[in-house]
Design a protein around this ligand. Structure first.
Ligand code: LAN
Length: 760
């Protein structure tokens, strides 16, 4: 389903780029947050959002602002004659997008269940207009309207068919942001909800927000008891064992649930109206809430609540009905609140992600007495500090203003850009760009929590890199590894070592300690933490809409990156923990082999999808010393070659992630083929690393990348390339530059010359 053509956000939007000076409310300095402002009303010449075609924004507004601000030499617009020229053109373009402090920023939108949380929290606290100016509100409305689909609903993410999760939340956001109930968009939205049973059939995460807003009764919510925190830590079901994202979302939820916090909806005209709009006019006071605890529309039920969990929820409902043990409840709630405050301070008020962020905004206000003394609560320090960090999550693109999936993907994008330029052998040609990227990466290594914070289930994080910034303080195994690889590669270049910021060797050793300690018993690496639980926890997954969220599993991507980083380190420091590193890589390789599917592929969990997984699988095995001719790698090479499209490219549909079976993409938006440059680049990187003997296939893939390069040196934004929790797509705007460049670099400097095909 495609979005309906709608209003376009007009010009005048500017990202304010510099890192913000330290705000006295915040414990740490803010790094690289973009603050979006509307200046004047000039209509710019930006490309309009193409709603009939691609819902994935091309990030035109940000990119145009960067290009306009560029004062260096302008790139040549001539058609590149060969791969080398295409590489230069691509890097010349990409360096214009680099931020002053050395990182790359971009739109990290995609999910459709984040913005509503921010809007609802802002509305309840009475701060919609403090958090968002009038222009922001207009841009938010535009975003919501742009992504409404022809059937009147919204998807769970920008490429998903409409779901109740997307529709109920975005409908509410649209109304709270000021759109009238009689607006045709609202009418269509209500029709869609009605066709699926109304908001009673929304999934639990949507109902939770409705309950906070006072437009759904707490009796219809599955219990989220805060007492779970009081379980002994050895107990298998202790939430400290859950995947940190799951844990950190249910943390504020349990506190709000225990209080049954409710906005006074009856006194508010919009919320009062929602009480009838969401249920097709059914009388609110007559709705049998208890009957709907488990109701969820079929279109949303990706991982239906397991009977074991249903039973547990039913037992807990009885506990709630007869009144929980008050003393225990109080102690548990106090702990939850203290835990949230600790998380606020550790993450400089960003929290781990956008869902918890919206809940923390609300909690900080309620805990400061917002219900009875709204003025004092609004002035309270935690609430004000939370407001100061709202801009970190906001982004404006040609489809409007959105909440991003994270506070950005800066470290991830910067690490890949560096690896591409190093592989192209062009560090000296792009000296300034490379030195700045080095400086930023060095600065962004996490130095906090060297011993962890075990009271709040945090293992040591010193030496890691986060996916976004160090101040966010949630480093990930593979972002650490990719950033570490970039740093290790750059420090070999003499001009960087002499011109750039110094990085002491001990800091490099910290990263090694970090990576070694993050390896799991199965030999693989998970994301933010060591694995602390078992697969069967998935039986207790309380969210209908996500898959595999209960524990931090080992992933092929994280494992491969970690192994590569450790090997790069050993090459430069052969004496530091050499035996441990060797054994760790060997165990990692066995894990990767076990994860390979019978058809030779690897399932990618964080990128779309098998093409992505295969790239990591192959690189991981190679770094562990497996030969390109070994059976596992050859099987994967065969798999990838079998998926090449007639036009030379590769292209997978999002259905691959959702259904866990390879799904070719039929056609790209407005294009005859289903190939995408990002997936083509992943496949090429994998095949060239494996020294694929079919050099014609590689040449055809490279030709597609060249053909799709735009006159500016950029590539067009194609379909959504990122994924999480099996069912949600997420935009990576940097991928369309860094991966084609990296693949061209590998072709030009390594594979091509080896196979006697230097130029096409
Ligand atoms: C991310 C983004 C980056 C991603 C990679 C580094 C690419 C991956 O290899 C490891 C996992 C990680 C860090 C990751 C985990 C889940 C995140 C944080 C996200 C996809 C970005 C948004 C998502 C987060 C869970 C969104 C909030 C939604 C909830 C359901 C809580």
């Amino acid at each position: 389903l495609k979005p309906v053509a709608s209003r376009i956000v007009e010009g005048g939007w500017r990202p304010k780029e510099e890192a913000q000076p330290k705000n006295e409310l915040l414990p740490h300095e803010v790094s690289g947050q973009q603050v979006w402002e509307f200046v004047g009303s000039t209509e710019t010449d930006m490309e309009p959002f193409r709603p009939e075609a691609n819902p994935n924004s091309a990030d035109c507004i940000f990119r145009r602002a960067k290009l306009n601000a560029w004062t260096g030499p302008k790139p040549d617009t001539a058609q590149p004659a060969d791969v080398n020229a295409a590489l230069h053109k691509g890097f010349e373009f990409y360096r214009m997008l680099q931020c002053d402090d050395g990182h790359w920023a971009g739109d990290y939108g995609g999910p459709h269940f984040l913005l509503p949380g921010f809007v609802i929290a802002a509305y309840i606290t009475g701060h919609l207009k403090t958090m968002y100016s009038d222009s922001h509100c207009q841009a938010i409305q535009a975003y919501l309207l742009n992504h409404q689909q022809q059937d009147g609903g919204w998807g769970s993410h920008i490429e998903s068919p409409s779901t109740m999760f997307g529709t109920v939340l975005n409908y509410v956001a649209l109304r709270l942001a000021g759109v009238d109930a009689d607006d045709p968009a609202c009418k269509k939205g209500r029709e869609f909800m009605q066709q699926h049973g109304g908001a009673l059939y929304a999934p639990s995460w949507a109902k939770f927000w409705l309950a906070c807003l006072g437009v759904y009764d707490w009796d219809g919510i599955a219990p989220v008891p805060p007492e779970m925190w009081m379980l002994p830590s050895w107990f298998p079901l202790h939430p400290g064992r859950f995947w940190c994202h799951c844990r950190m979302v249910y943390l504020p939820m349990c506190w709000l649930y225990a209080r049954r916090f409710t906005f006074n909806a009856a006194q508010d005209p919009v919320a009062a109206a929602l009480r009838s709009e969401l249920y097709g006019g059914q009388k609110y006071s007559e709705i049998p809430w208890r009957k709907h605890v488990h109701s969820c529309a079929d279109i949303d039920n990706y991982s239906p609540i397991h009977p074991v969990m249903r039973l547990m929820q039913d037992v807990l409902l009885v506990y709630e009905r007869f009144g929980p043990w008050q003393w225990l409840r109080k102690v548990s709630c106090d702990f939850a609140l203290e835990y949230m405050y600790a998380e606020d301070l550790e993450t400089n008020y960003l929290t781990i992600g956008p869902v918890s962020k919206a809940f923390h905004i609300l909690v900080s206000w309620v805990a400061a007495g917002g219900e009875t003394k709204p003025k004092e609560a609004s002035e309270s320090r935690p609430f004000q500090a939370h407001l100061a960090r709202v801009p970190a999550y906001m982004w404006v693109a040609e489809d409007g203003m959105k909440v991003q999936g994270y506070n950005g993907s800066m470290a991830w994008d910067t690490a890949f850009a560096v690896q591409a330029v190093v592989e192209a052998g062009m560090v000296e040609s792009y000296q300034d760009m490379s030195t700045r990227a080095w400086g930023w990466l060095v600065k962004e290594q996490v130095r906090s929590l060297p011993h962890g914070d075990w009271r709040h289930f945090r293992q040591p994080i010193q030496g890691g890199w986060g996916f976004s910034t160090a101040e966010q303080a949630w480093p990930v195994s593979d972002t650490t590894a990719e950033a570490f690889k970039a740093v290790l590669l750059l420090r070999k270049v003499p001009s960087i070592r002499s011109a750039g910021r110094a990085m002491p060797d001990e800091h490099l050793c910290d990263s090694v300690r970090f990576l070694l300690s993050y390896q799991n018993n199965d030999g693989g690496w998970a994301t933010y933490e060591n694995n602390r639980g078992w697969k069967w926890y998935e039986l207790l997954n309380p969210s209908e809409v996500f898959g595999d969220i209960m524990i931090d599993y080992s992933y092929v991507e994280c494992s491969s990156s970690a192994m590569q980083a450790l090997a790069y380190f050993s090459e430069q420091f052969p004496d530091h923990r050499a035996g441990e590193i060797r054994r760790s890589i060997a165990r990692g390789a066995r894990f990767i082999e076990e994860m390979q599917r019978d058809d030779g592929s690897w399932f990618g969990c964080w990128g779309n999808c098998f093409t992505y997984g295969c790239w990591f699988g192959i690189e991981g095995l190679l770094i562990a010393g497996r030969k390109p001719t070994c059976k596992a790698i050859q099987k994967c090479v065969k798999f990838l070659l079998g998926k090449q499209n007639p036009d030379g490219g590769w292209g997978e549909d999002f259905a691959s992630c959702f259904n866990r079976e390879y799904a070719p993409r039929e056609k790209l938006y407005g294009c005859d083929s289903g190939s995408t440059v990002v997936q083509t680049a992943w496949a090429l990187l994998a095949l060239m690393a494996a020294d694929c003997q079919e050099s014609k296939a590689i040449q055809r893939g490279v030709a597609l990348l060249l053909k799709r390069q735009l006159a500016s040196g950029d590539w067009a934004q194609e379909n959504i390339a990122g994924v999480f929790n099996r069912s949600i797509g997420i935009t990576y705007t940097a991928f369309r530059n860094v991966f084609p460049l990296w693949a061209l670099a590998r072709f030009e400097t390594q594979y091509g010359p080896r196979h006697g095909c230097k130029t096409l």
